[in-house]
Design a protein around this ligand. Sequence first.
Ligand code: SF4
Length: 326
Amino acid sequence: MKAFVLDHAASAEDAVHSLQSGAVAIAGGTNLVDLMKLQIAAPDRVISIRRTELGEITPEGEGLRVGALVTNADCAADMRVRENWPLLAKAILAGASPQLRNRATTGGNLCQRTRCGYFYDTTQACNKREPGSGCAARNGFNRIHAVLGTSDSCIATYPGDMAVAMLALDAVVLVEGASGAREIPIAEFHRMPGDDPSRDNTLEPGELITAVRLPAPTGGVQIYRKVRDRASYAFALVSVAVDLTMDQGRIARCALAFGSLGTVPWRDLAVEQVLIGEKPSPSLYAKAAEVLLKDAHGFGANDFKIPLVARALAATLNEATQTGKA
Ligand code: SF4
């Protein structure tokens, strides 16, 4: 690991100040430290935000403000989250291990980088790590890679669970930078690779995530289904997050998001439109999957994700509509 200077920010304002002068923020360090060990990230100065005020969960209107420093474990255990936004708690608990969830934070989780093996192998071509070097995954071992939102430059998935739930819940990411505070709807936070996969999100240089705001609870049935190679401590092959309300045997409201399917946490409002107002049935679920996957494209080893997510979607919708039967 390259030598670096570690400072502690006393407040978010203090941290933003350090970021403006080129420091890199660290909270739990569950991804950044790995990247630094491999020198994929080699900052001269690291600013810890662990002593700032960002570790609180507080009510905001009818919603909830989850500070950037709130650990995944604390967020998933919070009774307000469990009762009103259970999808978020379920998605967090489906991710990583208890040890990692005790360290990983809300802000850091949103900024975690891909788990593409070629990104972490510095002997391989990777446009995300080294722009212009190529993409070893396209013709390599791409079983965990994306089938939606890919580009010639990069086919890596966003690997997390928490952000997938937040996307279905219409969360908003709150950030602070040199020019003040701004809000980013989570649907606009992660960035598709296009011809510049080196940037994973729409944070501007020097900006810090301060919190995530959850809007008022919907009261719907909320389910997170994660399909993976083993039952714990594994990234998703595909995941489905649903928040759904039934009314007189029909789907009255439905929000759906998908993990490890696209290059970003994936939501397609056209899929939800297929479902809303309809009576649940296997043929309706198949129609929704068809709309979801109309532009899906596999790269060989990950072709299986296309039928897999169709089945996962059907199973999730079946469970949600049965549970929520009015
Ligand atoms: Fe790098 Fe993206 Fe290609 Fe993986 S898929 S090797 S992260 S460019």
